[in-house]
Design a protein around this ligand. Structure first.
Ligand SMILES: C[S@@+](CC[C@H](N)C(=O)[O-])C[C@H]1O[C@@H](n2cnc3c(N)ncnc32)[C@H](O)[C@@H]1O
Length: 184
């Protein structure tokens, strides 16, 4: 991690409102995101067993979950988002952290993976997508499981193998985290 560049990034973004936390040195060089502590705790929960796995994050924003996956031992990570500003910041953060994630600016409904990932994240995509059709498409490119964060009762997951679900710590009265087994 390049400390001088991290401090410069924090300084340059002092008036930027981040959706996700930006964490350079945990507890020391950080930028607050919305639901800051809850989002950090969520990453810790999601990535307990991520060591050695490859991860795709669809709708990655500034790449917080990609970077936390790497911090927890993931190898081979990609983030996709159509927001140019968010992807640009994700790449800057990647550079400062000296991580090797790939960030792609593209609509996730059109994005076509060129490799198979162990785990695919589809979290808090707004405006909400037809998650079912995304899951079907990515079932061919996800070998282990999906992690979804969805509004309660709005996700049609009929026919999918749900292995765990719990209220999201970020917006606990509105959303849940759902683990779906891949059929690959
Ligand atoms: C509320 S944020 C959630 C970010 C991240 N997944 C998380 O859980 O912290 C939603 C993100 O999804 C992105 N997004 C929404 N629809 C998209 C689409 N069709 N293609 C690519 N990105 C999309 C937005 O640009 C934004 O960065």
């Amino acid at each position: 991690m390049n400390k001088a560049k991290a401090v410069q990034f924090v300084f340059d973004n002092v008036h930027t409102r981040f959706y996700q936390p930006v964490i350079f040195l945990p507890g020391i060089i950080e930028i607050e995101g919305r639901w800051h502590e809850a989002t950090k705790n969520l990453a810790d929960t999601l990535f307990k067993n991520i060591k050695g796995k490859t991860v795709l994050d669809l709708g990655c924003n500034t790449g917080f979950f990609v970077h936390e996956a790497i911090r927890n031992g993931a190898i081979g990570t990609t983030g996709v988002d159509y927001d140019a500003v968010a992807i640009n910041k994700a790449k800057q953060i990647n550079n400062i952290l000296e991580h090797d994630a790939i960030f792609i600016q593209e609509n996730i409904e059109r994005y076509q993976p060129r490799e198979i990932f162990d785990v695919t994240l589809i979290m808090a995509i707004y405006p909400p997508l037809r998650v079912g059709s995304l899951l079907k498409k990515h079932s061919g490119y996800t070998s282990e499981y999906f992690v979804l964060e969805c509004d309660l009762d709005t996700t049609d997951l009929e026919g999918f193998d749900i292995v765990d679900r719990f209220l999201s710590p970020r917006v606990a009265d509105q959303r849940e985290i759902i683990f779906v087994k891949s059929s690959l």
